[in-house]
Design a protein around this ligand. Structure first.
Ligand code: G6P
Length: 370
């Protein structure tokens, strides 16, 4: 096992550090920047289904559901196709309206999650075209879908999903750009600049890993005894906030909630005092001014702010108690880059609390029962 961990103390840390490679591997052979194309056989062979779709319904559980939410932002922004994202467990039991004009995308690292599988079967029975985004090759979900794209993240052992999540985001980005280019909603110049930026994302992740690793480790030390955490973000980074909170609760057992930053005033603000740590994702591109006022409101109530900002940020940084810098990207890529320090933060807080990071209590890597 020590050998499998490749010198890292836990699989989770190894998998966090593998992300430059796993994201790169997920794009390899698909993203051809010089030729200006995205090659995805699963999409291309069924392009009429996507083109004529009334809507896309994404179903998933856990971390994969968070990826799905970001997929909604991506596909609606770039391909202008309506997207709904549902928890598989809710979808399957609520008699959903599904027609043969719907495309249903299931996202699942393991490809074995019982609820996701059952929801897919239901969609298939009702005539929808079903597409899979799985990590495990030849898994049950991969086998029953009409088509799909594998994330090539490699085996993920840590129960808390890290590299599978960023690989899922990579696939969803490719799908959104491909569909948008095809249906004319994403113009050629924008397409070209976005794919060039996407190609450089593994390098951005590498930079973030090396520039934030030690810093985040030190920040984590100050929160070992925290009992609650709030995670806030807007737009693409709202699901990133949900995922950051999920990581922390899964492995450190600290109660954590993710919220859209603007919803803070509808509830969570009542919780803020000097004992409440608040992670706020505030990249420049993405409603920055609105986030600045959220931070002001938090500081007025003495909340402890851990801000994830772009390099060179001044406004939020001046108010924050802790500052984690990530490189500036187009907004659609920021959840990939911002997730990395949040994974590290959850990891180190859990390690300092003496928790079993790779196998947290009560959780399973793959939930094959209801
Ligand atoms: C379990 C795992 C999570 C995962 C979820 C969905 O709860 O602990 O990490 O996100 O299942 O799993 P899937 O394999 O379908 O992505």
């Amino acid at each position: 096992e020590q050998i499998e961990k490749g010198g890292y103390e836990h699989f989770m840390l190894k998998e966090i550090f593998e992300q430059p490679k796993s994201v790169h591997d997920t794009m390899r052979g698909r993203l051809l920047v010089d030729e200006g194309v995205i090659k995805m056989a699963g999409i291309w062979d069924h392009i009429e289904k996507f083109k004529n779709a009334n809507r896309i319904i994404i179903i998933a559980c856990g971390t994969s559901w968070h990826a799905g939410l970001i997929g909604e932002y991506l596909i609606e922004e770039y391909a202008r196709i309506p997207v709904e994202v549902e928890y598989a467990s809710e979808f399957r039991y609520r008699n959903p309206i599904i027609t043969d004009k719907d495309v249903v995308i299931a996202i699942s690292q393991s490809g074995e999650t019982a609820d996701t599988m059952a929801a897919l079967k239901l969609a298939k029975e009702k005539g929808a075209f079903i597409y899979g985004i799985c990590n495990v090759v030849d898994s049950s979900i991969a086998r029953i879908t009409d088509a799909g794209s594998y994330t090539h993240a490699g085996p993920e052992i840590g129960v808390a999903s890290t590299k599978a999540f960023t690989a899922q985001l990579t696939i969803l980005t490719l799908i959104a750009f491909k569909l948008g280019k095809h249906n004319g909603n994403l113009g050629n110049a924008d397409f070209m600049s976005l794919i060039a930026e996407l190609e450089a994302i593994p390098k951005r992740i590498e930079d973030v890993l090396s520039s934030t690793h030690e810093l985040v480790q030190n920040i984590a030390k100050d929160f070992v005894n925290a009992t609650n955490f709030l995670y806030l973000g807007r737009g693409y980074n709202y699901p990133a906030a949900l995922e950051g909170a999920l990581k922390l609760k899964e492995i450190s057992y600290i109660h954590a909630e993710g919220y859209p930053a603007a919803e803070m005033k509808h509830g969570p603000i009542a919780l803020i005092d000097e004992n409440m740590p608040i992670v706020i994702i505030a990249p420049k591109r993405g409603h920055y001014d609105k986030i600045v006022s959220n931070v002001q409101e938090i500081k007025a109530r003495k909340g402890k702010v851990i801000a994830v900002v772009n390099k060179g940020d001044t406004q939020v940084s001046a108010m924050a108690d802790y500052v984690i810098e990530i490189p500036e990207t187009s907004e659609c890529f920021s959840p990939i880059v911002a997730s990395v320090p949040l994974q590290l933060l959850a990891y180190y807080i859990a390690v300092y609390r003496g928790a079993n990071v790779d196998q947290p209590r009560n959780l399973a890597k793959s939930v094959t029962v209801e």
